[in-house]
Structure formats: structure tokens, C-alpha cells
Ligand binder design. Structure first.
Ligand code: CP3
Length: 343
């Protein structure tokens, strides 16, 4: 069998049609997802029930034939496995017991202990390796340490990550220790995901854009580079995608600075600029604005073509610039894929 398209792009090949998948492709915009989620009860039960988590991972593959499936789980399972309470408030989002309340960084469980909690995630991957079509690539993932730390410090999502920035200002060594603990756990977690069948892993740094200068280097760049180096040593040849969302000009040089095989671009990045300044370092992924999945029409077609054309001279995986939203129309996803594959 010829190699899977996603793996070819990740190795640096320029393909005539870019392979495509979507962040949050298993999600509430799909009626079949909502039905399975109702069966599971709540979101975390869905994450920890391997048969159902595998089922929702497969749903968008059946419906659209995406080139990749992404494990169904969440970046906040790591804080939970490290000992924080985690729950989701409907219509609001995640809540955790802040790390200061459980006795600080020293009270977190050791990295090796995460497998006690995360076994069902590895089981989901093992099911998927049997059930996915042969051309579909299986992607595992984790949050990058900075983004995970912002939730562990604040106990919730915050618009500006102020609690984490405050900890950097008041207790930089303590914050660096927290980053180190998350980093060690993330290496264990992604390594176990690869052992269970993940062919590619992705690090989501959703809040990278709120770090500047030396803080960006210390907390967005260095931990990601160390995780990638550790994974490459243990699993040579397994590609890594990094997503430093809203990194702006810091996207330039990000491949070289971290060792990432692919850098995912958010939709604030101009595609022509990124072709000249980011794709020169390796494969890029992105970066259609998720709003087009709500509005559709000719603008969706034009923008899909424009992005595919801008990145057509180098390795590119087509994706959105952030996750698809619950109000998206499933027909618009089909239109995006037709536009790419039947130009
Ligand atoms: O992309 C995929 O389809 C794979 C699964 C996946 C989920 N979350 C499922 C999910 C992945 C890769 C994530 C990553 C994630 N989770 C991130 C990083 C990417 C990003 O979006 O910036 C972050 C910050 C989280 C934390 C998180 N999980 C939040 C803030 C929320 C609530 C907001 C929301 O969209 O409701 C979640 C819940 C969540 N994770 C849902 C899904 C499908 C919705 C849960 C539901 O069904 O109610």
C-alpha cells in the first residue's frame, strides 16, 4: 500500500491535493455525536468509555472521509490524572480545583501515575487502530504545558490567562516547576498513545498568543522543544504537529526552534505570509476560519481555494484555524472537502 497522505505531507512531500481533517471534527455540530454523547451521559464519561469515544472519533470519518482521525479525549485529562478535580459546567466550560488549593505543585502526582487514570484513552486508540479505514491516519494529542498550566492555575478558562501570568510574575520558579511536571506527564502520555497506535501526535497550545518575548521562549517554545526531543528519542519517525495558536510573528522559525514536523496555523495568520515565512521550515496545517463552516456559500469556496493555492508549493495539511463550532452546518464541511478534492 502507498503511504498515507497525511504521513507523506508530514515528511515534507508536496501533494497535488492537500490532505484534510478538522479540529473538533467529532463534536456537537454532528447529530450522531449528540446522540452518542447523550448515551454516555456527560462529556467526561464519553472520554473515558473507549467504545463510545472510538465511535465518535469514527463518525466524521464515515461521513466525510477525512484523511485523519483525531483521538476523542480532552487536554484537561492530564491535570485530572495529576490529581486535580475536573468537571464541566454546561454552557460555561471546564472547572478544575486550582493547583494552589490542593497544596501546590509538590502535591501533584508523579508523571508515571497518570496511566492509572488514562488507561481508557489508550484503549480507545487500540480500538481505532482496528476500525479505521487503511488510508486514514490516527492522530493522538495533548495540551502543551503552558495552555494546560493556565487551566491548572486558574481552575477554569480565562480570556487573558491573567492568573498564570500573575504566578509567573510572583513565583517564576514555582511556575517553571509546574511546567516541568506537566511536561514530564505529557511525555509519558504521548509516548503511551504512540505505543497504543497513534501514528502522529499534536500539541495544542491554544493560549500561546498571550506569551511575549522571553516568556514565550521559556514557556511556549522550550517545553514543546523538550517534549518533541524526548518523543523523537523514544519513537523515531513519529511526526509531531505543534499548534502555538495566535503566536503571530513567532510562527516564523517555530519548526526549527522546536523540532516540530508540522506547525498548525490559526486563522489570524495570512496564508501568503506563512507560505513565505513558516512553510519554508516544513509542513504547515490550516487555516480556514471556523466561521465559514457556519456561513458556507461562495465565500467558503473562495477562501478554501485561496488557502490551498497559497500553500500549494510546499507540504500542507488543510484544516481550520481553530475548532469547528457547535452552530456549524454539516453540509458546509462537505462543501469544503468537495472544493479541495474536485477543484
Ligand atoms: O478535535 C477533536 O475532535 C478531538 C477532541 C478534542 C476535544 N477537545 C473534545 C472536546 C480536542 C483535541 C480538544 C482540545 C482542547 N480541549 C483544547 C485545545 C484546542 C482548543 O480548542 O483550543 C482546549 C483548550 C480544551 C479544553 C476544553 N474542552 C474546553 C475549553 C471545553 C469547553 C468548550 C466547548 O467547546 O464546549 C472543552 C469541551 C470539549 N472538548 C468538547 C469537545 C467535543 C465539547 C464537549 C461537549 O460535548 O459538551
Amino acid at each position: 500500500m502507498t503511504e498515507k497522505n497525511i504521513l507523506r505531507a508530514l515528511k515534507g512531500e508536496t501533494l497535488p491535493v492537500p490532505p484534510v481533517w478538522m479540529m473538533r471534527q467529532a463534536g456537537r455540530y454532528l447529530p450522531e455525536y449528540r446522540a452518542t454523547r447523550a448515551k454516555a451521559g456527560d462529556f467526561l464519561s464519553l472520554c473515558y468509555t473507549p467504545d463510545l469515544a472510538a465511535e465518535v472519533t469514527l463518525q466524521p470519518i464515515r461521513r466525510y472521509g477525512f484523511d485523519a482521525a483525531i483521538l476523542f479525549a480532552d487536554i484537561l485529562l492530564i491535570p485530572q490524572a495529576l490529581g486535580l478535580d475536573l468537571w464541566f459546567v454546561a454552557g460555561e466550560g471546564p472547572r478544575l480545583s486550582p493547583v494552589a488549593e490542593i497544596g501546590g505543585v509538590a502535591a501533584l502526582r508523579p508523571a508515571e501515575a497518570i496511566h492509572d487514570t488514562l488507561g481508557p484513552v489508550y484503549q480507545t486508540l487500540r480500538i481505532l487502530t482496528r476500525e479505521l479505514p487503511p488510508a486514514t491516519t490516527l492522530i493522538g494529542f495533548a495540551g502543551a504545558p503552558w495552555t494546560v498550566a493556565t487551566y491548572m492555575v486558574a481552575g477554569r478558562g480565562t480570556p487573558d490567562q491573567a492568573p498564570a501570568h500573575r504566578m509567573i510574575a510572583e513565583d517564576r520558579a514555582g511556575f517553571a516547576a509546574l511546567i516541568g511536571r506537566i511536561e514530564a506527564a505529557t511525555i509519558e502520555y504521548l509516548s503511551a498513545q504512540i505505543d497504543a497506535g497513534a501514528e502522529v501526535v499534536k500539541l495544542f497550545d491554544s493560549w500561546a498568543g498571550s506569551l511575549k518575548g522571553a516568556d514565550f521562549d521559556a514557556f511556549a517554545l522550550a517545553p514543546v522543544a523538550r517534549i518533541i526531543a524526548a518523543l523523537k528519542a523514544r519513537h523515531p519517525g513519529v511526526p509531531v504537529i505543534a499548534f502555538p495558536r495566535e503566536a503571530g510573528p513567532r510562527y516564523a522559525g517555530f519548526h526549527a526552534a522546536t523540532g516540530a514536523d508540522c506547525v498548525a496555523l490559526d486563522n489570524s495568520v495570512d496564508a501568503d505570509w506563512a507560505a513565505a515565512h513558516v512553510q519554508t521550515g516544513g509542513c504547515v496545517q490550516g487555516n480556514l476560519a471556523p466561521g465559514h463552516m457556519v456561513t458556507g456559500g461562495q465565500a467558503l469556496v473562495d477562501e478554501t481555494r485561496r488557502i490551498a493555492r497559497a500553500f500549494s508549493r510546499g507540504p500542507h495539511i488543510f484544516n481550520l484555524g481553530h475548532g469547528i463550532t457547535p452552530d456549524a452546518d454539516p453540509e458546509h464541511v462537505a462543501l469544503m472537502i468537495r472544493t479541495l478534492r474536485e477543484p
